[in-house]
Design a protein around this ligand. Structure first.
Ligand code: DGL
Length: 272
C-alpha cells in the first residue's frame, strides 16, 4: 500500500527542511515526526542518537512510510549508516532512509572555487566527522574546517534568533571558524536550526564567502531521487497533506513550529 513521505527530526529544526521539500514537491503527503521530548540530539552520544533515530524510523514505517528523510544532521551523522546497513535489510529492504549530509556535500562541488569548506554544526555532528568523511569521498582533498556552535540551537528555540543578543554568539563562532581557516570560501549551515540565524550569519561573514543552506538542496535531491526511482515514486500517496507528530506536548510543538514554518499547524502526541 502506498504511503506518505516520512520526515524525521530531533525536534523543530527539520521543519525548515520539510518546508523546502513541500515547496518543491507539494503534491505528496508527508508525516513529520519531531522527537521533542528527547531533543536536543546535538550533544548526545552515538549509541543514543542511533537508538532514538531507529525508533523513530520504525514508527514512521509502521505508519506506512516507504521513504523516510532524516532531516536532522545529527541523526544523519550518527545513525543513518547503521540504519541503512544493519536495520533496513532486517526491517524491510524495499524501504529507504535518506539523510541530509550527502546531498549537501554533493551540492558544494558547484559552489566552492578553492576547496576550502567551513561547516557550522552541532557538537555531535562535528564530533562524528561525517562531513569530512563524505567530502573526502566525493571531492577528494578539500580543506574542511568543522566548527561546533552549541549555543545556536538554544538561541533559536528561545526565540532569540533575530534579537540583538544573538549577534554576540554568531560573531564568536564565525570568528573562530575564520581564525582556523581564513581561506574558507564556502560555509555549510550543517544544522536544521541555523537557517533561522541566516541574516545574522550573513552579516558576520565576509561577502566573498558563500553560505549554503540545506533546505533547497535536500528538496532538489529528493525530487531527483524520485525521478530516478519510479518504483519508489509509485509507492507514495499524493494528496498534499501533512501530519505532524511530536513526542512532547502538541500545543507546545504547534506554537514553536509556527516560528519555523511561518504558519500555524496542529500536532498529535505520540510515544516512541
Ligand atoms: N536537528 C539537529 C541537527 O540538525 C539540531 C537540533 C538538535 O541538536 O537536536 O543537527
Amino acid at each position: 500500500m502506498a504511503g506518505p513521505i516520512g520526515v524525521f527530526d530531533s525536534g523543530y529544526g527539520g521543519l525548515t527542511i520539510l518546508s523546502a521539500i513541500r515547496s518543491e514537491l507539494p503534491e505528496y503527503d508527508y508525516v513529520y515526526l519531531g522527537d521533542n521530548a528527547r531533543a536536543p540530539y546535538g550533544s548526545r552520544s552515538f549509541d543514543i542518537v542511533y537508538r532514538f533515530t531507529l525508533e523513530a524510523v520504525e514508527e514512521l514505517f509502521a505508519r506506512g512510510c516507504h521513504l523516510v528523510i532524516l532531516a536532522c544532521n545529527t541523526a544523519s551523522a550518527k545513525a543513518l549508516r547503521n540504519i541503512q546497513q544493519l536495520d533496513l535489510p532486517r526491517l524491510d529492504p524495499s524501504r529507504r532512509v535518506l539523510g541530509v549530509i550527502r546531498p549537501t556535500v554533493e551540492a558544494i562541488g558547484d559552489v566552492t572555487r578553492n576547496g576550502h569548506i567551513g561547516i557550522f554544526a552541532t557538537p555531535g555532528t562535528v564530533a562524528s566527522g561525517s562531513y569530512e568523511i563524505e567530502i573526502a569521498k566525493q571531492h577528494g582533498d578539500f580543506a574542511v574546517t568543522a566548527h561546533a556552535c552549541p549555543m545556536w540551537v538554544p538561541l533559536v528555540e528561545n526565540r532569540e534568533a533575530d534579537r540583538p543578543g544573538a549577534d554576540y554568539f554568531v560573531r564568536q563562532e564565525v570568528d573562530a571558524l575564520l581564525a582556523a581557516d581564513g581561506d574558507v570560501d564556502t560555509i555549510i549551515l550543517g544544522c536544521t536550526h541555523y537557517p533561522l540565524l541566516y541574516d545574522k550569519i550573513r552579516a558576520a561573514v565576509p561577502s566573498r564567502i558563500e553560505i549554503v543552506r540545506q533546505g533547497e538542496i535536500v528538496a532538489h535531491s529528493l525530487a531527483d531521487y524520485l525521478r530516478r526511482h519510479p518504483e519508489m515514486d509509485a509507492r507514495l500517496t499524493r494528496g498534499g497533506r501533512t501530519t505532524y507528530l511530536t513526542t512532547e506536548n502538541p500545543d507546545k510543538f504547534s506554537s514553536l513550529a509556527t516560528l519555523f514554518l511561518g504558519h500555524d499547524i496542529e500536532a498529535e502526541r505520540i510515544e516512541l
